[in-house]
Design a protein around this ligand. Structure first.
Ligand code: SF4
Length: 338
């Protein structure tokens, strides 16, 4: 049993003041990851600051044609929001590929960004884990690592980020609005999450005294030509072995612009603008898609149980781009790799 204090934040400033005053405190909103971590004694907060009643539950249009999504908008509400379905179906599709309906009803937008890896050793306090206990070692590198990373790994950690939603947000070039003692700042999505390096205990560049208040989407949603393809061990309620968020802007048979991000392969959603540049101006055909896959996967390295992910990712990229080029709407049943 972990003893902790409970407090409720009255507004964003109060939430920031409370988290800055207690380094052992954690914010709680939906609790869909934090409560699991507390039950396993991976997280032992001194205080839970309940932010669930803060006024961060709206989706508002921005003056440049995008959307500002409050950090407490539940994942289900976001996936089925008319503007998201219509203008950002890539995001809807990614959210609905994640977790279960019950979890999506509870999980918040901000919490989705901050969920922690599902590496089995991270949750098993009887085993060494640099992310849970820096300096103790990584049990996965020479252990069971079928679900682990093939890109951006370090000698300290080979965990993957578990989110589906974040893969779509990376492809869409979202921005994250965070508030801290000095006010609000905006972080490009590509800079929000971190690679493990020698500090795998830090998943993101959010500072300890900051709170996520919103995610902003730019006007371009790639709604006409997109695909979110998730490859997993079973068809629902499973984390990705590999996932692909793809968006294309076509001019006839030619690719005018492309967006491509991978999930399940790295400590953060994996995106490389050079892979997208490699297909711009090219024909939308399998040869171009193979080229993009080659660039995106350069440097990929497997471990004892997950080398299969490299070829799986290559084929998934080609299939997702093929689906995107065919246009929407898309059938989820057409997203199986055959
Ligand atoms: Fe811990 Fe990362 Fe190694 Fe998993 S991969 S055991 S999270 S250090």
């Amino acid at each position: 049993m972990i003893n902790f204090q409970y407090a409720r934040a009255t507004d964003v400033s109060d939430a920031v003041r409370q988290i800055a005053a207690d380094p052992g405190a954690k914010f709680i909103a939906g609790g869909t990851n934090l409560l699991d971590l507390m039950k396993e004694e991976v997280e032992r907060p001194t205080r839970l600051i309940d932010i669930s009643r803060l006024p961060l539950k709206t989706v508002d249009e921005t003056k440049d044609g995008g959307l500002r999504i409050g950090a407490l908008v539940p994942n289900s509400d976001l996936a089925w929001h008319p503007k998201i379905e219509q203008c950002y179906p890539l995001l809807s599709s990614a959210i609905l590929a994640g977790a279960s309906a019950q979890l999506r009803n509870m999980a918040s937008t901000g919490g989705n960004l901050l969920q922690r890896t599902r590496c089995y050793y991270f949750y098993d306090t009887a085993t060494p884990c640099n992310k849970r206990e820096p300096g103790s070692g990584c049990s996965a590198i020479n252990g069971v690592n079928r679900m682990h990373a093939i890109l951006g790994t370090s000698e300290a950690c080979i965990a993957v980020h578990p989110s589906d939603m974040c893969v779509a947000l990376a492809a869409l070039e979202a921005k994250v609005h965070v508030a801290g003692p000095a006010g609000e700042r905006v972080v490009a999505f590509a800079d929000f999450h971190r690679l493990p390096g020698d500090t795998p205990q830090r998943d993101s560049n959010l500072r300890p005294d900051e709170i996520v208040v919103a995610v902003e989407l730019p006007a371009r949603g790639f709604a006409a030509n997109y695909s979110y393809l998730k490859i997993r061990d079973r068809l629902s309620y499973a984390f990705a072995l590999v996932s692909v968020a793809a968006g294309l802007e076509l001019d006839g048979e030619r690719i005018k612009d492309a967006r491509l991000a991978l999930g399940g392969v790295a400590h953060k959603p994996w995106r490389d603008p050079e892979a997208e540049a490699a297909v711009c101006g090219q024909a939308a055909n399998p040869a171009s898609f193979e080229r993009a896959a080659g660039v995106l996967l350069r440097g990929a390295k497997g471990f004892s149980h997950n080398t299969f992910k490299i070829d799986l990712a290559r084929r998934a990229i080609v299939r997702a781009l093929t689906q995107a080029a065919r246009g929407t709407p898309q059938s989820q049943s057409d997203k199986k790799i055959r």
